[in-house]
Design a protein around this ligand. Structure first.
Ligand code: SF4
Ligand code: SF4
Length: 84
């Protein structure tokens, strides 16, 4: 198994959504807490060889997943913040 300590950024409509697979333990807390249910399991493996996660364009860039992840495996950058 190779671990990926680089961020994997998804360019979604409202956010640059970055997951660090080498930090994700696959606990599912972000999946549980996302208010729009836009996070699902990914083919990219996390730190324990379990699936990591990814979001889709339903993301509203609220930042909850970033805040609840116990391992700081998600980073949310709102698009308008970067453009301004
Ligand atoms: S930023 Fe909010 S809406 Fe987007 S994936 Fe995270 S919890 Fe879900
Ligand atoms: S990103 Fe964080 S909260 Fe989500 S499954 Fe991975 S470790 Fe758990």
């Amino acid at each position: 198994m190779t671990l990926d300590f680089n961020g994997r950024t998804l360019e979604l409509e409202k956010a640059f959504w970055t997951l660090f697979p080498g930090l994700c333990k696959g606990c599912g807390l972000c999946v549980e807490k996302c208010p729009v249910d836009c996070i699902d399991w990914s083919d990219v493996l996390g730190v324990y060889g379990t699936p990591s996660v990814e979001a889709d364009n339903r993301c509203i860039a609220c930042g909850i997943c970033q805040n609840v992840c116990p391992d700081c495996a998600i980073r949310i950058d709102k698009r308008k913040k970067l453009i301004n």
